[in-house]
Design a protein around this ligand. Structure first.
Ligand SMILES: [Zn+2]
Length: 281
């Protein structure tokens, strides 16, 4: 199994991979640049290469996460161009660091166009543009939403359908956020068997490359996106344990995006998840 957490790159990309090893993790997520802005970053190829080598030598897997303002459904010409350039920049950094891919939240259309499919069309157009001449290995990893503010991207059907309509679907995989899945009501905590069956039928799990393993501060169906430490939220350790041990998740790397509030912080949470994973079914 691979388990790790979100790590800061304040000291550089290679440093983030070394932090992961110190925490006892074998995977991690990072923001390739300032998470609050879509400004394109020029980065150190040398640092990225060092990161890639350290990960290869230590069997560590990484993923990048796009900045918060990234929305695949932006309409305005300039905003759209800035978003596309930013995600391309994220892909380049991720690729240089040897990361599997870049996590992007499913788009949220905030305009007032009448056609309910309009937001999805914008999103597909953006992804086609981002990937048009992308030749690297890093993938786009579409993440399911919690439903806060807007109800796009809550179901497996939407994720699979958008991917299938792209010009280059082979460059897109999925990232399942357990807090979002729970908050949106996709996973109620009691129906993992059904979610698994549906996902298998749709071909969702074939392209699942990462799990954001988070507990949820709010109950299922609340549409509220507030992560909690594993076992410290409304989902609970038992149900999260059932999910990570299931056949469709077992092999997928797990990334904590939790506050890390328990004594011992993320190192002890990583150890806790390893133990949870090892428990008999
Ligand atoms: Zn997430």
């Amino acid at each position: 199994m691979h388990i790790g957490c979100h790590v800061s790159v304040r000291q550089g990309y290679a440093a983030a991979s070394r932090i992961t090893k110190r925490l006892g993790g074998t995977c991690y997520q990072y923001f390739p640049k300032n998470p609050r802005s879509l400004t394109v970053k020029s980065f150190s190829r040398q640092d990225a290469l060092e990161c890639r080598h350290f990960c290869e030598e230590n069997g560590i897997i990484s993923i990048a996460h796009t900045p918060y303002p990234t929305n695949l459904c932006t309409e305005g010409k300039e905003e759209h161009a800035a978003m596309v350039a930013s995600v391309r920049n994220d892909l380049e950094i991720a690729d240089a660091c040897g990361s599997i891919g870049v996590v992007v939240h499913f788009g949220q259309y905030k305009g007032n166009h009448q056609d309910p499919l309009y937001g999805y069309q914008l999103m597909i157009r953006s992804l086609n543009e981002i990937l048009e001449d992308w030749t690297g290995k890093a993938l786009i990893l579409l993440e399911n939403n919690a439903g806060q503010g807007n109800k796009m991207g809550l179901t497996l059907e939407e994720l699979v359908q958008v991917r299938s309509l792209l010009n280059k679907p082979e460059l897109v995989g999925f990232c399942l956020d357990t807090c979002h899945a729970f908050a949106s009501g996709l996973w109620t905590g009691e129906n993992w068997g059904d979610v698994q069956k549906k996902g298998e039928k749709l071909g969702y799990f074939t392209h699942l490359k990462a799990v954001h393993l988070n507990d949820s501060r709010y109950p299922t169906g609340s549409y509220r996106d507030r992560h909690a430490d594993i076992g410290w939220g409304e989902i609970g350790a038992e149900r999260l344990g059932e999910l990570i041990r299931s056949t469709v998740i077992r092999e997928v790397p797990l990334f904590l995006e939790t506050p890390g509030e328990r004594p011992g912080g993320h190192a002890s949470e990583i150890a806790f998840v390893k133990q949870l994973f090892g428990r008999p079914q």
